[in-house]
Design a binder for this molecule. Structure first.
Ligand SMILES: Cc1cc2nc3c(=O)[nH]c(=O)nc-3n(C[C@H](O)[C@H](O)[C@H](O)COP(=O)(O)OP(=O)(O)OC[C@H]3O[C@@H](n4cnc5c(N)ncnc54)[C@H](O)[C@@H]3O)c2cc1C
Ligand SMILES: NC(=O)c1ccc[n+]([C@@H]2O[C@H](COP(=O)([O-])OP(=O)(O)OC[C@H]3O[C@@H](n4cnc5c(N)ncnc54)[C@H](OP(=O)(O)O)[C@@H]3O)[C@@H](O)[C@H]2O)c1
Length: 454
């Protein structure tokens, strides 16, 4: 570790803290180290399935949006790999996730401020700063950046499934070989569920006997990546969004879900085409073995029962209001992710201001509200879905967010983060009309229209 006091210590090195480390690399007078328990950088290895692609432009890389001359851009990586021209000629509609993961790993292998193989077990606060106890010793820091990602969201019924018979999508790649000849249920209609189902249907050797794809959403719904929806993934929108009341922010995030969590249209098309092949062009005499596939949208799995060596999944059917049942030998829970404060922050938990759902309240500079000295900050990355909006768990704004945090630590505008107004006028304040305050304010939950309460 180190025996002097750092300006900043980062816990976790996923893309978000990696971006912060990459932006900090341009700033000579900020002393920072970042720690990850993994032995090396590896971006969601359990979901590195064949032919998966990025859902974001490669220009929204670790640094470019704020610091395009950084040596840690995706383009710099392509040039270093000597495949700039080949990459352009390939003209990917969406960049292979494997390529972006290699870019991230390339940066991670070169930044001197990163320490892998070092879990942080406990963070305490003493008068002069934070003490991080990790593998290999203790480090002191004036500020910390918590970038530990999200946790798998496991429905209550998951506890009834034998560990050998189920897996969360975060580990999907590790269970594919176990599906050979078995009945598989994939629960969850987001991008993870879609990619897993496509992978299973594409298996010609060791294919499953059947695949049931169950989604609570009313249909297998696409991500909305059209221009005005992409405006939600801009710093200007985030700034307007933060100024809303908590009730309004919550309802807005729920309403905007598919802008971030829908399925890529290319994945939906590949799935539909594969289903066509499986249904009509394969059979006992085809080279390609046939997998029985059943797609069940608008079903919420509410419980599971053991039935001999397999499971009965009980589903509430939102289409016709009935209860449906599916049989499965293996269950893949593509049921998403949730925010949780990491256990290493337990000693600070009572000092952080948390909302009703246990999320820290995060300010415009990504520092969590707490009762400690203002000069010592707990920056939280990927925890601000409610405070900063749906861009927060996505790659889209990581370069900008990192720059905002760098400026806050430096106490000066190291990076230019202000942008001209968006082409969309979101708030009344921008219309030149007075913002209603006090008695006239319309931001209590009960004042929202049913549409906004979705
Ligand atoms: C399969 C998948 C694909 C995605 N693709 C896209 C995409 O194309 N576009 C997009 O915008 N978003 C995408 N996302 C969403 C999001 O961009 C990623 O989840 C991203 O990895 C989030 O980065 P992170 O740094 O917050 O967390 P993570 O990537 O989860 O990294 C957290 C790190 O913290 C470490 N850690 C945790 N606790 C400790 C501790 N106590 N001590 C030390 N280290 C610790 C972990 O080992 C891990 O390396 C995707 C998500 C998934 C699941
Ligand atoms: N290649 C890529 O770029 C890529 C790959 C994977 C993931 N991602 C991104 O990572 C994020 C997470 O994606 P994700 O697919 O893992 O999670 P997600 O988008 O949150 O999807 C989880 C799904 O599980 C459903 N669900 C939860 N409990 C259920 C139950 N009991 N019964 C039936 N359905 C249930 C949810 O329904 P509700 O919607 O009704 O809650 C939702 O459809 C997203 O932003 C996604 O875009 C990107």
């Amino acid at each position: 570790m180190t025996d002097h006091t750092l300006d900043l210590a980062g816990i976790g090195i996923g893309p978000f803290n990696l971006s912060l480390a990459a932006q900090l690399d341009a700033v000579a007078d900020i002393d920072a180290l970042f720690f990850d328990r993994a032995p090396a950088f590896d971006w969601h290895p359990g979901m590195m399935l064949p032919e998966v692609a990025l859902q974001t432009s490669f220009l929204k890389d670790l640094v470019t949006a704020v610091n395009p001359t950084s040596p840690w851009s995706f383009l710099a990586y392509l040039v270093a790999q000597k495949r700039f021209y080949e990459f352009l000629n390939a003209d990917f509609g969406a960049v292979p996730r494997q390529e972006f993961a290699r870019y991230l790993a390339w940066v991670a292998a070169r930044l001197p401020s990163l320490c892998f193989g070092t879990a942080i077990h406990e963070v305490r606060f003493a008068a002069d700063g934070f003490r991080l106890r990790g593998d290999g010793g203790t480090v002191r820091a004036r500020n910390i950046a918590v970038g530990v990602g999200l946790q798998p969201n496991l429905p209550a019924f998951a506890g009834k499934l034998d560990p050998r018979d189920h897996v969360h999508s975060a580990q999907a790649a590790s269970c594919l070989d176990r599906t050979a000849g078995r009945r598989v249920a994939v629960i969850g209609g987001g991008q993870s569920g879609a990619e897993i189902v496509l992978t299973l249907l594409n298996r010609s050797r060791d294919a499953p006997a059947s695949v049931d794809w169950i989604s609570r959403r009313p249909n297998f719904q696409p991500i909305d990546a059209t221009p005005f929806t992409n405006e939600l993934f801009t710093p200007g929108y985030v700034e307007r969004f933060q100024a809303l009341s908590e009730a309004r922010r919550r309802s807005t995030v729920a309403h905007q879900k598919l802008a971030g969590d829908g399925i890529s249209p290319a994945t939906l098309q590949a799935l539909y085409q594969r289903l066509y092949t499986v249904r009509h062009l394969t059979g006992p005499h085809a080279a390609d073995a046939s997998v029985a596939a059943r797609l069940m949208p608008h079903r919420e799995v509410v419980d599971v029962e053991r039935a001999g060596g397999s499971y009965r999944l009980l589903m509430r059917n939102g289409f016709d209001g009935r209860i449906d049942v599916a049989q499965a030998d293996i269950v893949i829970l593509a049921t998403g992710y949730r925010f949780a404060l990491p256990p290493c922050l337990d000693p600070l938990r009572d000092r952080l201001r948390l909302d009703a759902t246990g999320r820290p309240q995060i300010g415009p500079d990504f520092a969590a509200a707490w009762d400690g000295p203002a000069r010592n900050r707990v920056f939280v990355l990927n925890g601000g879905l409610i405070s900063h909006g749906i861009a927060e768990p996505q790659l889209s704004l990581m370069a900008w967010r990192s720059a905002v945090i760098v400026n806050a630590v430096a106490g000066r505008a190291v990076f230019e983060t202000d942008l001209p107004p968006s082409p969309v006028t979101w708030s009344s304040a921008e219309c030149g009309r007075p913002v209603h305050d006090g008695g006239g304010r319309l931001d209590a939950a009960e004042s929202l229209s049913p549409f906004e309460m979705v």
